[in-house]
Design a protein around this ligand. Structure first.
Ligand code: COA
Length: 328
């Protein structure tokens, strides 16, 4: 069977209307707009209301992606919801989205790879489309991280925001779409970003809830170095695999973790500012949603053009990381 390339046929994104600014955070913890801006680049992040949940934003983003791909939800064979903040433990958020969309022929599941979840999803469906196992796939990155953030911990509460991004993938002509994709992990660094409570290892009790064991804990300083190294190395690897160099990149979209991380990776790769997309000032770190939101913003703004070479790279809790090279 002849192999085909998998490409992105449509994208979408959605986020809550609620906004949490640095000025709002100054009232909650001992921090300043100056500190947050200079250390992270973040000015505001979206925050879901108590009655809002992950699949709400995922469905909105997915509907937009499906419409732009000009397909019917019933044509989707695989639906992946990358998330670490599912609606509930059972069933998967993917299944809830599948029902809501009417994607009645799709296999649906959740993928937990933190901030690398969207690239993990792209890499999996790339193989499925190339081998003919699937015609159309929907990959969503969706998070309501703010419900797992401790608003008394200044080292994490300034970082995270909520939102969802989605992409429909299908076969495209040779030389276009995904040219190379790699995903990796190293669980030895698990405790650099984790939520210890609420699972089978430390079930929720009155005590664990009172001591905030279900909230994200982060060793930001250590993660910083691993993030820069991992995203730089894997970007070089996928570029080499695609037979491309950093000079060939038209648009570089790294996971939006911290502006200083983005700048460090871009500088090591030799990608100048004009070719980098950053929305961290407006969204903060939305984990698995960050790359698909950024990608869809680029599509809407006409920032990505037909034939552009696009490089996506991610790093997240696990730790996990990945890289994808696309010919748009
Ligand atoms: N406001 C003011 N001061 C703060 C603060 C805040 N919001 N958060 C931390 N600080 C303080 C610390 O308490 C520390 O004070 P001390 O020196 O008196 O102990 C000081 O600032 C420096 O802390 P440090 O953690 O070394 O700062 P940093 O420059 O590494 O920046 C992060 C912290 C979290 C912004 C940064 O490490 C980062 O972005 N790391 C990556 C995180 C990430 O990407 N996580 C997700 C992975 S996908």
């Amino acid at each position: 069977m002849a192999t085909v390339n998998a490409g992105i046929l449509g994208t979408g994104h959605a986020y809550p209307t609620g906004i949490l600014t640095n000025a709002d955070l100054e009232k909650l913890v001992e921090t300043t707009d100056e500190w947050i801006t200079s250390r992270t680049g973040i000015k505001q992040r979206r925050k879901a209301a108590p009655e809002e949940y992950t699949s709400l934003f995922a469905v909105r983003a997915a509907r937009q992606a499906i419409e732009r791909a000009r397909i019917d939800p019933s044509e989707i064979d695989v639906l992946i919801c990358a998330t670490v903040t599912p609606d509930q433990i059972l069933p998967s958020t993917g299944c809830l989205i599948q029902a809501e969309l009417g994607a009645n022929k799709a296999a649906a599941f959740d993928l937990a790879a933190a901030c690398s979840g969207f690239l993990y999803g792209l890499t999996l469906v790339n193989s499925m489309i190339r081998t003919g196992q699937c015609r159309y796939a929907l990959v969503i990155g969706a998070e309501v991280l703010t419900k797992y953030v401790d608003y008394t911990d200044r080292s994490t509460c300034v970082i995270f925001g909520d939102g969802a991004g989605a992409a429909v993938l299908g076969a495209v002509e040779e030389g276009r779409g995904i040219l190379s994709a790699r995903i990796r992990s190293d669980g030895r660094f698990a405790e650099q970003l984790y939520a210890p409570g609420g699972g089978t290892r430390m079930g929720s009790t009155t005590e664990t809830l009172a001591s905030g064991q279900h909230f994200f804990k982060m060793k930001g300083n250590e993660l910083f170095k691993v993030a820069v190294r991992s995203m730089t190395d894997i970007s070089r690897e996928v570029l080499a695999e695609a037979g491309k160099a950093a000079d060939d990149i038209d648009l570089f979209i790294p996971h939006q973790a911290n502006q200083r991380i983005t700048d460090a990776v871009a500088s090591k790769l030799g990608v100048d500012e004009a070719r980098i997309y950053s929305n961290i000032s407006q969204h903060g770190n939305t984990s698995s949603a960050s790359i698909p939101i950024a990608l869809d913003e680029c599509v809407e703004a006409g920032r990505v053009k037909d034939g552009d070479l696009v490089v996506l790279t991610s790093f997240g809790g696990g730790v996990t990381w990945g890289g994808v090279v696309l010919r748009w």
